[in-house]
Design a protein around this ligand. Structure first.
Ligand code: PEP
Ligand code: MG
Length: 615
């Protein structure tokens, strides 16, 4: 474990130089958004320091214009990223702002009409180099010139050379769109630090190797957060200023439940971290004992607890957690981190593994919910080029895309239908706003089933149920109409809160406004739940709310009897259920639903069972 900064500064001058100096060496605590509980004590692996060396590429003369356009796009993306970092500086202490603001300004200047960009464009034209190769060559040549200058201020020269290399790295990362490929090299037991981690990056993390994750960007209920929770990796997101303050090799103590990371901890902070780690392990083993006990309230009401699954690597965790099936299989993992689309056979193989692993317990497979923050390379190239339109979350997302490209839906339906004989399978449609979308999907579904039967494939006599995610205010308010077309509902509170409150679930900047307990969200949930219950149609909650033990009394009180959550949350939720009485929950929910002030609702939820919730 390296804690000596001097050593590294000699080994990699450019990397060291990009970080401002004065605070280095001192303990530095940073607060972020708590995302995945657990304690990590380890050395920092800062991905922003990875020298991004893209393979050298030559081009033909007729590709030069396109390469210059790619470069322009990467410049504009880099400007946007830096602008975002800059706006968020205001939440940092003044001292830190004074250090970081000029650095960011210097980077932005280099993205203007700078020597770096002029030189890179020239190299594209005259040397016929790909944009990333041209940028790297030009940056190296500028840095070499700077370092060779006759000037006594050697540290100053090194700093300037480091800045040029750093901006070239950012451009290269954006040009190659493979920012975190270096994740494979993360040393065992490290705490991964990045400006931003996409859901696709998170899917590549190996929970047995990585002790913890902390990033500058991100919100509590974005897909990156969900993925980290699913993998059981202690994590905090939205920790402003983190990647600028941390350096590879630093020691750090991360507390995923408290939402803090202490860089270069002193003895006291390290000791506190160790004690928290021991307490967390003890609590885990206590909860593990609940695995075989049923999720039954004190008055005998049974609650179904299921797991959400984002990648097959979670299957063992699901088994350990004592889940009664999978309530939400997010199939996006099949489409991530690949350049082509998985065909019917590849999907069939993946679903077979999951259905067989669940040994007869129900598996609810959601068809592809691509779009919004879930960007997938294979799909962005050609399949849905409009994805990155002005409002990706409001664009061609989820079922909308699938109805526009029915061959995707047909392949997925066919693969799911072919696995249906092996277990209890249900199908879930994401991002529905209109009953006619469900009708259209059902028509395709039945057509695919007829085709398979004609081909001699044995399908269950009664086809798997086709359910609908209630995750937009439109779907929630039209739940009575949609219920007539659906076999079951799954309430997706993550998107429901995002769309109701017009707050991006993955955006750190507005995370203080993201609130699933806002009365508007709760009223929509209540309306949709009641629409389902009136028809005696199954309804579950599968958003992140379902995994919060404090919210269980409210959800049960609203009539929900099936919760699907990340597997590691199941024991705590079960513990909560086993201490509850349904009549109490119903009374409590009525009281909560009378409130109009979100703060008061939070207070009631926090105080449930203490007497002060009865008012
Ligand atoms: C939701 O929106 O609540 C949900 C469960 O779906 P996802 O998080 O995958 O968007
Ligand atoms: Mg959703």
């Amino acid at each position: 474990m390296k804690t000596e900064r001097g050593e590294r500064s000699e080994a990699k001058p450019a990397d060291i130089l990009r970080k401002p100096g004065p605070r280095r060496g001192r303990e530095h605590a940073i607060r972020g958004i708590p995302v995945s509980p657990g304690i990590a004590i380890g050395t920092v692996y800062d991905t922003t320091e990875v020298p991004t060396e893209a393979p050298r590429r030559a081009i033909t003369p007729n590709q030069a214009e396109a390469e210059k356009a790619r470069l322009a796009e990467a410049v504009s993306l880099s400007r946007k990223q830096l602008g975002k970092l800059k706006t968020r500086l205001s939440v940092l202490p003044e001292e830190a702002q004074e250090e970081l603001a000029p650095l960011l300004d210097a980077y932005v200047l280099m993205l203007g009409n700078s020597r770096l960009l002029r030189g890179a464009r020239k190299r594209i034209e005259t040397e016929l180099l790909a944009a990333e190769t041209a940028v790297q060559d030009e940056a190296e040549s500028i840095a070499t010139l700077i370092l060779a200058a006759r000037d006594d201020d050697k540290p100053g020269l090194q700093r300037r050379a480091g800045e040029v290399r750093e901006i070239a790295r950012r451009l290269t990362r954006n040009l190659t769109a493979t920012p975190f490929r270096s994740l494979k090299g993360v040393p065992e037991g490290a705490i991964l630090i990045a400006e931003e981690l996409t859901p696709a990056d998170a899917a590549l993390l190996d929970p047995t190797r990585i002790a913890g994750v902390a990033t500058d960007e991100g919100g509590a209920d974005g897909h990156t957060a969900i993925m980290l929770r699913a993998l059981g990796i202690p994590a905090i997101l939205g920790a402003t200023g983190l990647s600028e303050s941390a350096e590879r090799g630093d020691m750090a103590v991360l507390d995923g439940a408290a939402g803090t990371i202490v860089l270069r901890p002193g003895d006291k902070a390290t000791e506190k971290g160790r004690a928290a780690l021991a307490a967390f392990a003890k609590e885990r083993s206590k909860l593990a004992k609940l695995r075989r006990l049923p999720a039954i309230t004190t008055d005998g009401e049974h609650v179904e607890l299921q797991a959400n699954l984002e990648i097959p690597a979670e299957l063992p965790l699901i088994a350990q957690a004592g889940a009664q099936g999978i309530g939400l299989l997010r199939t996006e993992f099949l489409f991530m981190n690949r350049e082509d689309l998985p065909d019917e056979e590849a999907q069939l193989a993946a679903y077979t593994v999951v259905v067989d692993a669940m040994g007869g317990d129900p598996v609810t497979i959601r068809v592809l919910d691509w779009g919004g923050e879930k960007d997938m390379q294979a799909l962005s190239e050609g399949v849905a080029p409009t994805h990155s339109g002005p409002n990706p979350a409001l664009g061609l997302r989820g079922l909308r895309l699938l109805l526009k490209r029915p061959e995707l839906l047909e392949a997925q339906f066919a693969a799911i239908l072919r696995v249906a004989e092996r277990g209890k399978v249900r199908i879930l449609l994401p991002m529905v706003t209109n009953p006619s979308e469900v009708q259209a999907a059902r028509e395709i579904y039945e057509r695919v089933a007829r085709r398979l039967r004609r081909k001699g494939v044995t399908l269950p006599e009664k086809l798997p149920e086709l359910g609908v995610m209630i995750e937009t205010p439109g779907a929630a308010l039209a739940a009575d109409a949609i219920a007539l077309e659906a076999d079951f509902f799954a309430i997706g509170t993550n998107d429901l809160a995002m769309y109701t409150l017009a707050v991006d679930r993955a955006e750190a900047e507005v995370s203080h406004l993201y609130d699933s307990l806002h009365p508007a969200v709760l009223r929509l949930m209540q309306f949709a739940t009641e629409a389902a219950l009136r028809l005696r149609m199954p309804v579950s909650v599968c958003g992140e709310m379902a995994g919060n033990p404090r919210l269980v009394p409210l959800l049960l009180g609203l009539g929900i009897r099936c919760l699907s959550m990340n597997a590691s949350a199941i024991p705590r939720v079960k513990q909560a259920i086993r201490a509850l009485d349904i009549a109490d929950c119903a009374r409590f929910a009525r009281r909560v639903m009378e409130q109009s002030d979100p703060a008061r609702i939070h207070e009631l939820v926090l105080n449930f069972g203490t007497g002060s919730d009865k008012g």
